[in-house]
Design a binder for this molecule. Structure first.
Ligand code: C2E
Ligand code: CA
Ligand code: CA
Ligand code: CA
Length: 281
């Protein structure tokens, strides 16, 4: 048993070492990803009950020639820990705004279209110059900020709620909308939510996934929707994968949807084609 424990420990140590090396490799590669244009954005459609396009969520993708495709769930945390999220996040916002402006000018978006959602990391948001950075990008790209929906997380609201609220209010004056991403998974106090200039709650996909098996999930979604109505907030369900899920959600008053059932995240070229054709799913 002693021997086993020992080799077990060594095995663990090797694994840790491997993990550390992989991480270091990724961190190094990430440093160059921006300047080498290895990042791109894909856009996942958001639709209403009729399946009409009401929005898009920009999601970042990274292909490293050395490491291959790396999902954002792996590199965003590293970008956050290293501070690289600041230039990376700025690139995402600029790229997304440029693309939206292009679509509006050249192809035209449907009348039902209301916003392009962009994920903002807490670290990025907490920077002193965040608001100015955003406003600069809006001016440079000439995008109308009322079409921009910044997705923030509940975790961001735990610390220094006043500073967060002040930044949100400054951006709201330009027309920017705010959604709470992954809603229901964090610890946001409803008392605080009331004082923030929010327009939407985005129900986390873990609740949607459980909708048929777990009565608790159903109840949680039900509660979120009625609470949102009360607070005059919109609700969007993410990670909707089946017609069944869409129908259950519709029956409890959800009117906005995002997920594989409607569309996977699309390349900008695919979206060009789609916008040229029509905007129904
Ligand atoms: P998120 O913001 O919650 O984004 C939703 C994730 O669910 C995306 O994964 C999307 O591709 C995936 N998804 C969409 N529909 C479905 C579905 O029907 N079923 C399932 N199972 N998944 C679905 P992705 O693109 O891998 O992004 C993962 C996370 O990485 C995002 O979660 C977000 O937290 C972060 N992320 C992505 N892009 C950015 C970015 O530009 N900036 C920041 N700060 N974070 C980002
Ligand atoms: Ca999101
Ligand atoms: Ca989410
Ligand atoms: Ca998530």
């Amino acid at each position: 048993a002693k021997e086993n424990g020992r080799s077990g420990f060594h095995f663990y140590q090797n694994e840790m070492q491997q993990y550390a090396t992989d991480r270091l490799k990724m961190e190094k590669a990430l440093h160059h990803a921006l300047e080498r244009s290895e990042l791109r954005l894909v856009y996942q459609p958001q639709v209403n009950k009729k399946g009409e396009l009401i929005g898009l969520e920009a999601l970042v993708r990274w292909f490293s020639p050395e490491l291959g495709h790396i999902p954002p769930s792996q590199f965003i945390p590293i970008a956050e820990e290293t501070g690289l999220i600041v230039p990376l996040g700025e690139w995402v916002v600029r790229e997304a705004c440029q693309q939206l402006q292009h679509w509006q000018q050249v192809l035209g978006l449907p009348d039902t279209f209301r916003s392009l959602a962009i994920n903002i990391s807490p670290y990025q948001f907490s920077r002193e110059d965040f608001v100015n950075q955003m406003v600069n990008i809006f001016q440079q790209t000439q995008v109308d900020p009322k079409y921009i929906d910044l997705e923030i997380t509940e975790g961001m609201l735990v610390e220094n709620i006043r500073a967060v609220a002040a930044k949100m209010q400054r951006l709201q004056q330009y027309g920017v909308q705010f959604s709470i991403d992954d809603f229901g998974t964090g610890y946001s106090s409803l008392r605080y939510l009331k004082h923030l200039p929010l327009s939407q709650l985005k129900i986390d996909q873990s609740f949607i996934r459980d909708i048929s098996e777990d009565p608790n999930s159903y109840e949680i979604i039900n509660t979120i929707i009625s609470m949102a109505k009360h607070m005059k907030l919109s609700v969007i369900a993410e990670g909707v994968e089946t017609l069944f899920e869409k129908e259950v959600l519709t029956s409890i008053g959800c009117t906005r949807f995002q997920g594989y059932f409607f569309s996977k995240p699309l390349d900008k070229n695919d979206l060009n084609a789609l916008l040229l054709k029509n905007s129904h799913y």
